[in-house]
Design a protein around this ligand. Sequence first.
Ligand code: MN
Length: 250
Amino acid sequence: MRILIANDDGYLAPGLAALVRACRGLGEIDVVAPEQNASGTSNALTLNRPLSVFEAAGEAVRGFKVVNGTPSDCVHVALTGLLPQRPDLVLSGINNGANMGDDTLYSGTVAAAMEGYLFGIPAIAFSQVTKGWGEIDAAAVAARQIIDRVLAGGMPAGPWLLNVNIPNVADAPRLPRRVTRLGRRHASQAVIRQTSPRGEPIYWIGPAGDARDGGEGTDFHATAQGCISITPLQVDLTDHAALGRWSDLT
Ligand code: MN
């Protein structure tokens, strides 16, 4: 089996190295990751300049290929020219912080996995619920267990896309797992306005909102209960229930 691993926090992120270590022995692993932290870049592709690829140096990242672009660029370039063979599985993460509910629309971690999915390859995005890399090795072991479980009966027919959120606890590999739907967040908090040293107004995007729909069955609920959340995702944004409501526009 060939596995492509990417992330959005950049090739030096501890979550990427931990996931790669945890996947040893699963098959041939290629790592293609962004040069810089590209969190929140969603499915962006870089179209206004060429992309460069270099091989990382240093023990923890030896052999990693680094792209000066977005998470989607990494997987796109990997699948369309960089890798000698098409991977059987695309993994992304482990992300520094949750990707639940509406986060999945903004997440570069989910987008890297989704790029594989869009090319017809099964894919899994992994995130830790809390930022800061606490218990990252336990999260990586939990991720490996999920991969092993998914593959236990052979590769399920694809493409499919799973979004996994893992609580930051030392016993993450022993946590119960829940298959969930996405919750919803409240709108983000207000932008933070400051004055630059040159006296001009500058703005920082505010923090994401808290859970608005964190009810039973959601990713928010599962992780709040101390469980690992696994959400199967699809890409079709069509509001199927609303097709009839707008039919008189034709
Ligand atoms: Mn990130």
